[in-house]
Design a protein around this ligand. Structure first.
Ligand SMILES: [Cu+2]
Length: 452
């Protein structure tokens, strides 16, 4: 018999098969007695400033972002993390980007399902130049997204220097689900500052819960750190936590989870029951990107949630919004994409290093394909496809237990993940790549051409 709440928690996780966690490599690798670290006297999590949007004569909502040098690093509109771009489903938005940094850069709106012609991931914006993206905000993409540079070969450096900012898309989810509308809504954007992962730029901030349900918009905008996140009480037991959105939109029914694995680039929104007065830790749990038994990060508290007395219980919703069901039988082909590496330290897809002038995959607009992403390498690689959100079909043959739209899917070391990929809304040339930015810079990217 065990009385270690951690162990009980782990067992509950194992039997409940937390489907928010991708694959066997996410299984717990370290059992430790005792509660989490709960530092005191921490500064409150700051809200990031919002970009003031203007509306032009045609009703287009206009945002301006300037990448600039701050002397010690890089910033968007003078701040790092960059300011929050808040838009609504159905808006037409124009983002005017100007690069004043002393290197080619660009602005990728990660998570907004833009057509290749708008997204243009291979277009670099020279120093002193501007580039504009105008687009309708697609139905169904409400949630938490982000923006960052995409200048191949220099992405990791620019991100670590400070170029990354959040996007929130509001939609029916926020209005039509009363529990979500009433929840305390907190954006928590993780970046890396030196050795430590920080939240909204602050090391171990305090989040003072303002109601009995706290909606944490968790955004992994680190350059390459997998974050296995859990919310723990002082005794180490897990707080009831409910997954409500993945990268691109809600799940149909909230899923009670004990841990959420966010690969670099990935987002999830969870509802945390913040009713019992006390202190909770939002913890980065040990995780091995080298498969089960591999070396892990150390456990670290990323934020402290303080729950004051007097919060009335607020049950999480039973339903969110329907998620479209794709039929694998409709797929016109199955395509294999193989992650690998070369002995001299480059990273490859299908044995090749990225070449922007080579088309690696061709597809037809308005078709569905199955992409079988095979990771033959000894560490995890998060697969990211621009413009076309995907659904996970299965992971190492295990059917995905719920439907959800994603743009970033972790493929654990030695694993195979099959994705349903519908090509919709626009044709053009775009990219798919590993979202560990160092790997992307070193060649782990391919070109996809979708023709109409
Ligand atoms: Cu990678």
């Amino acid at each position: 018999m065990t009385t270690d709440p951690r162990l009980l928690r782990r067992r509950a996780f194992l039997t409940a098969a937390g489907a928010a966690v991708a694959g066997a490599a996410a299984l717990p690798v370290l059992l430790r007695a005792g509660g989490p670290d709960l530092p005191t006297d921490r500064p409150e999590l700051p809200d990031l400033p919002e970009i003031p949007l203007t509306t032009d004569a045609d009703g287009v909502r206009v945002a301006r972002l300037v990448a600039e040098s701050t002397g010690t690093g890089l910033a968007y509109n003078g701040t790092s993390p960059g300011p929050l771009l808040r838009v609504r489903e159905g808006d037409t938005v124009r983002v005017e980007f100007t690069n004043t940094v002393d290197a080619p850069s660009s602005l990728h709106l990660h998570g907004l399902p833009l057509t290749p012609e708008v997204d243009q991931p291979l277009h670099h914006v020279s120093p002193g130049e501007s580039h504009t993206q105008e687009f309708p905000v697609a139905e169904g993409c409400a949630g938490t997204h982000w923006y960052h540079p995409h200048a191949h070969g220099d992405v990791e450096r620019q991100l670590l220097a400070g170029l990354a900012g959040p996007i929130v898309v509001e939609g029916p989810l926020d209005r039509e689900v009363p529990a979500l509308a009433a929840a305390d809504d907190r954006l928590v954007m993780f970046t890396r500052a030196g050795r430590d992962v920080v939240a909204n730029g602050v090391d171990q901030p305090r989040i003072t819960a303002r109601s009995g349900l706290t909606r944490l918009r968790l955004l992994n905008s680190t350059a390459g750190d997998h974050l296995l996140l859990g919310c723990l009480r002082e005794d180490g037991s897990a707080v009831p936590t409910h997954l409500v959105t993945t990268d691109v939109g809600p799940v149909e029914h909230p899923r009670e989870v004990e841990e959420v694995l966010l690969a670099p680039g990935e987002r999830a929104e969870v509802l945390v029951e913040t009713v019992e007065a006390g202190r909770l830790a939002l913890v980065r749990l040990p995780y091995s990107v080298y498969g089960p038994g591999g070396e892990t990060n150390e456990e670290r508290t990323l934020a402290v949630v303080e729950v004051p007395a007097g919060h009335a219980p607020m049950p999480p919703p039973d339903r969110l919004l329907p998620v479209e069901e794709l039929d694998p039988a409709d797929a016109v082909r199955t395509r294999q994409v193989v992650f690998g590496a070369t002995p001299d330290g480059s990273f490859t897809i299908d044995g090749r290093i990225f070449d922007m002038d080579r088309v690696d995959a061709e597809a037809r607009l308005d078709t569905l394909e199955i992409w079988e992403v095979v990771n033959e390498h000894g560490s995890d690689h998060p697969f990211h496809l621009h413009s076309y959100p995907v659904q996970v079909l299965d992971r190492d043959g295990v059917p995905e237990p719920y439907r959800a739209w994603r743009d970033t899917v972790n493929v654990p070391a030695g694993s195979t993940v099959r994705l349903l990929v519908p090509f919709r809304h626009g044709a053009g040339r775009t990219v798919y790549h590993c979202h560990i930015l160092n790997h992307e810079d070193l060649g782990m990217m391919g070109v996809l051409e979708v023709t109409g």
